[in-house]
Write a protein that binds this ligand. Structure first.
Ligand SMILES: Nc1ncnc2c1ncn2[C@@H]1O[C@H](COP(=O)(O)OP(=O)(O)OP(=O)(O)O)[C@@H](O)[C@H]1O
Length: 353
């Protein structure tokens, strides 16, 4: 069951910028598709348009090949989970799960069986009698998933479902969601501003910027082959350096990287350099030379060390070095190093996003 969005536009204020502007994409059947973008990119509005919680000014939403643009939300067969748990506080977990099934007038026995099945699915069998206030944030969100899935939706829509949780629980629930998805196989659309979450969880990513699709594709494509400067800078924590083409290569700051084949001698370029695509080499004492960079700051973070390099041109580059490699390198703040760029994404023209 796939979702096809065609030329969807939604403007909240007359004459203002549309929140969603001529958006088209395809969310493959049975996959997790993320809508990724910075705050204000139009992610939630797009999700609400697909859910039927907002009406578009123009465009079309098809679910499983059926045009649903004007179908009421209750008839779209959709389960929704928002950032805030939105559970009924005065109802137990079981009652919360049963609620949507009772309004659909399912037989009592079937409701009981479905609630048991959902509690098992989200691994909360022991907690059916508790009230939401007696659960942790992560557990409450699992109940919200169970409630959304209880109606056996053909499509699951998730709007920053882990946004209100601390980072450890977020990472745990990410893995939990992947295994839940493997078990249910429900086509899922997930809104997030967290690029790591998008790349890890989903099989398809739609990157949004200013209400438009900047790029859509598998996570590997988005990461390795960003289509625009915006995507390159939003996904991957990159440094941006400006420079020019010289003898078929791009000189950016004091670094030299591959230039696109179509580049002309002297043409302006800007290069996006990912933190782990830079190798640091310590020169022998007195051999630093004019192109050496200075180690401005060092910060160990778990299994790697974040290094802030200052090039002789004054530009900064962020580098991440695996802990063992860093220990072998033996540098301290203030040292001179040479930076070899293994790979960079180089765009022709000047940098403006
Ligand atoms: N009901 C509304 N009325 C007026 N403007 C709105 C409404 N909902 C959203 N907007 C505007 O539409 C634009 C897109 O908002 P939206 O919430 O879809 O972005 P988002 O990418 O989900 O952002 P965030 O990650 O911060 O939630 C914003 O400029 C927002 O102010």
């Amino acid at each position: 069951m796939s979702v096809v969005v065609e030329h969807l536009t939604k403007q909240f204020t007359q004459g203002g910028t549309p929140a969603v502007s001529d958006v088209s994409f395809h969310a493959p059947s049975g996959a997790i598709t993320t809508l990724l973008g910075p705050s204000g990119a139009g992610k939630s509005t797009l999700l609400r348009l697909i859910a039927g919680l907002e009406l578009p000014d123009s465009g079309r939403v098809s679910i499983a090949g059926v045009d649903c643009t004007h179908v009421p939300v209750q008839q779209r067969g959709i389960g929704v989970v928002f950032q805030s748990y939105a559970l009924f506080k005065h109802m137990t977990v079981r009652q919360n799960l049963a609620f949507g099934l009772e309004t659909r007038k399912l037989p009592k026995r079937e409701i009981e069986a479905r609630v048991d099945e959902m509690l098992q699915l989200v691994q909360l069998e022991e907690l059916g009698g508790r009230y939401p206030g007696q659960l942790s944030g992560g557990q409450r969100q699992r109940v919200a998933f169970a409630r959304a899935l209880a109606i056996r939706p053909q499509l699951l829509l998730l709007d920053e479902p882990f946004g209100a949780l601390d980072s450890r629980v977020r990472v745990e629930l990410r893995e939990w969601l992947q295994s839940l998805h493997e078990r249910t196989g429900v086509t899922t659309l997930l809104v997030t501003h967290d690029q790591e979450e998008a790349l890890e969880i989903s099989q398809h990513v739609v990157v949004l910027s200013d209400g438009r699709v900047a790029q859509a594709g598998p996570p590997e494509d988005i990461y390795d082959r960003p289509a625009t400067p915006f995507v390159a800078s939003f996904v991957g924590g990159t440094s941006v350096l400006r420079g020019r083409v010289h003898s078929g290569r791009a000189e950016v700051g004091t670094l030299v990287v591959e230039a696109p084949q179509s580049a002309q001698e002297g043409e302006a370029v800007h290069a996006f350099i990912r933190p782990h695509d830079v190798k640091l080499v310590k020169p022998a004492q007195g051999q630093e030379g004019p192109t050496a960079s200075r180690v401005e700051r060092l910060k160990p973070v778990g299994g790697y060390v974040k290094v802030l390099l200052k090039l002789p041109t004054g530009e900064s580059v962020s580098v991440e070095v695996p802990r063992a490699e860093f220990d072998n390198l033996g540098v301290v703040e203030g040292d001179s190093v040479h930076a070899d760029v293994r790979m960079a994404k180089v765009f022709l023209g000047d940098y403006s996003i």
